[in-house]
Design a protein around this ligand. Structure first.
Ligand SMILES: Cc1ncc(COP(=O)(O)O)c(C=O)c1O
Length: 450
C-alpha cells in the first residue's frame, strides 16, 4: 500500500527546500521531529477539502476499514464526535424542534460539550445495572425502552463501545433496534479501532452503525491525536458535508506529523498488523489465564484490555497502579475497584513478563468487600445548552447538594460525568463522586440550592 503523505514530505526534505512558509521552526530541530512537520503548502493538500495526497491516503484507509468513506482527524475522537452529532442534527432535525439524542450514560465529555454547543436535548438510556463510573453497556431492551419513552423521535442514538473498562455493547443488536425505528446509530468507538482487524470484525462500521469514530492513537500505532471518522454506505449522502463540519470545530492547521503517522500506519495495517494483533490477543489471553490461576479476578473486556478487579485479592485499583508505578510501569486507569491496562502488538515481551511477575508476586490479602454505591437518579433541570449560558462557580463536592452542575464534571481519565451539565446534584451523586475521589465541581451561580 502506498504512503502518499509521508512520501510527499520525504521528497520535500530530500530536495532541501527553502521553507518560506509556516511553521516557524523551519525544520530546525528542537524536539527532533521538526523537519517532518509541514503545513498546507502547494501539493500538500487540505485535510477538510482533500483532493490530493490526503484524499489518496484516506482512500487507502477507507479500503482498509471497508467503510463507505473514512476521514482522518488530527484532533482525535473529540473532533469526530462533534462532527458526527452536527451532521445528524443538520440532516435529521425538524424545523422548530430541539433535536433529541438518546445516549448511553457513559458518554465522554466531548459528547456533553457537543450538546452544550449544538443545543440538543439528551435522554440517557436507563440501565438496570449498578452504577460504575466507566461502564455503560446498553442492552437492546434498555435502548428500546428509552426510544419508546422519548417525547419525540431522536435524531440519533449515541453509544460508547468499547467503554473505558473494555465493556462492549452488542452493536449489531442495537443497530437492529435503531433500524426498526428508523434512527441512525452513532458509535463512539474511540477504544476500538483495532476491532476492524479481528476475525469476524466486531467494528461498529461492520455491525450496522451509521457512523462511528476511532481514536487511532488509542489502540493502533499512530501518534496521539490521530483518528478516523467512518461513514457507512447508508451515510453516503452526508459525505460531502463532513469536511465542512470538521472545519467548524477543528484547527485550520492540522498536524502533518499526525497525518504522516496515519498514512504510514496504513501500510502496516494492510500488511502484517492482523497477524501481529492475533498473536497479541493470544498473549493477553495467556497472561489473563496465568493471573486467574494465581487468584486474580479479571473483568471481561475487549480483547486488548486487561482489566483487573483486585479487591477480591485484597487490593484496590489504586494500590495496584501504585505498585506497578513504583516498579516503573504506568497503567491507563485506576479507581477503587478496577485497574485498566491497555496492551497492543507494540508492547514487548518484557512488558507482559513485567505485569505477570509484578502481580503474581504480590501476596493475597484479605478480600476488600465491594462498596455498594447508591442508585443514581438524574434530575434534569436545564438542557446542557441552557446550562452553558449561565455563569458558573467551582465549589467543593461536599457542599454541592441541590446545586445544578454547569459542565461535565469529570474524573480524568475517563472523562465521564457522574452528574452532567444541567442536572441537579443529589446526595447520592455526591457520595459517588467522593468515592471516585472527585472533590470539586462546577455549578451554576444563579440557581442557589434549597
Ligand atoms: C470513550 C472515549 N471517547 C472519546 C474520547 C476522546 O478521544 P480523543 O482523545 O481521541 O479525542 C475518549 C478519550 O479518552 C474516550 O475514552
Amino acid at each position: 500500500m502506498d504512503t502518499p503523505i509521508y512520501d510527499f514530505v520525504k521528497n520535500y526534505i530530500d530536495k532541501k527546500s527553502h521553507r518560506l512558509h509556516m511553521p516557524g521552526h523551519k525544520g530546525v530541530s528542537f524536539l527532533g521531529c521538526e523537519h517532518l512537520d509541514l503545513t498546507e503548502i502547494d501539493g500538500a493538500d487540505y485535510l477538510y477539502n482533500a483532493k490530493g495526497i490526503i484524499r489518496e491516503s484516506m482512500d487507502n484507509a477507507t479500503q482498509i476499514f471497508g467503510s463507505y468513506r473514512t476521514f482522518y482527524t488530527t484532533e482525535g475522537s473529540s473532533l469526530s464526535i462533534k462532527v458526527m452529532l452536527k451532521t445528524v442534527i443538520h440532516e435529521f432535525s425538524k424545523e422548530g424542534e430541539t433535536p433529541l439524542v438518546i445516549a448511553s450514560r457513559n458518554a465522554h465529555k466531548a459528547f456533553i460539550y457537543s450538546a452544550m454547543m449544538l443545543n440538543f436535548d439528551v435522554e440517557y438510556v436507563k440501565s438496570s445495572k449498578d452504577f460504575t463510573l466507566c461502564n455503560g453497556v446498553v442492552s437492546p431492551e434498555d435502548l428500546e425502552d428509552a426510544i419508546n419513552s422519548a417525547d419525540r423521535k431522536p435524531v440519533c442514538v449515541y453509544i460508547t463501545s468499547p467503554d473505558y473498562l473494555g465493556g462492549m455493547c452488542d452493536i449489531t443488536a442495537l443497530s437492529k433496534v435503531c433500524d426498526r425505528y428508523g434512527i441512525p446509530l452513532l458509535v463512539d468507538n474511540a477504544h476500538g479501532g483495532y476491532l476492524n482487524f479481528l476475525q469476524n470484525s466486531p467494528h461498529p462500521i461492520h455491525c450496522g452503525a451509521f457512523m462511528c469514530c476511532d481514536s487511532a492513537h488509542k489502540t493502533l500505532p499512530v501518534l496521539t491525536g490521530g483518528g478516523y471518522l467512518h461513514l457507512s454506505e447508508r451515510a453516503k449522502d452526508i459525505a460531502p458535508s463532513i469536511g465542512r463540519f470538521m472545519e467548524f470545530f477543528g484547527s485550520t492547521s492540522p498536524s502533518y506529523l499526525i497525518l504522516q503517522s496515519l498514512d504510514l500506519a496504513n501500510k502496516y495495517l494492510a500488511g502484517d498488523y492482523s497477524k501481529d494483533l492475533k498473536k497479541c490477543v493470544s498473549d493477553i489471553q495467556n497472561l489473563k489465564a496465568k493471573l486467574i490461576y494465581n487468584g486474580w479476578e479479571i473483568y471481561p473486556s475487549d480483547p486488548l484490555k486487561l482489566t483487573v478487579k483486585p479487591k477480591s485479592f485484597g487490593y484496590s485499583g489504586y494500590d495496584i497502579a501504585e505498585i506497578l508505578a513504583k516498579n516503573n510501569g504506568f497503567v491507563e486507569y485506576a479507581d477503587p475497584d478496577f485497574v485498566v491496562i491497555m496492551l497492543t502488538p507494540q508492547n514487548s515481551y518484557d512488558d507482559f513478563e513485567f505485569i505477570e511477575k509484578t502481580l503474581n508476586s504480590l501476596p493475597k490479602k484479605e478480600e476488600i468487600l465491594p462498596t455498594k454505591l447508591p442508585k443514581l437518579n438524574f434530575e434534569k433541570v436545564l438542557s446542557p445548552f441552557e446550562a452553558s449560558k449561565n455563569e458558573f462557580e467551582t465549589v467543593a463536592v461536599k457542599d454541592s447538594i441541590g446545586r445544578i452542575a454547569s459542565s461535565p464534571n469529570v474524573g480524568f481519565p475517563p472523562a465521564i460525568a457522574v452528574v452532567t451539565a444541567g442536572e441537579r446534584i443529589s446526595a447520592e451523586a455526591v457520595e459517588i463522586m467522593e468515592y471516585y475521589g472527585i472533590d470539586k465541581i462546577d455549578v451554576i451561580k444563579e440557581h442557589r440550592c434549597k
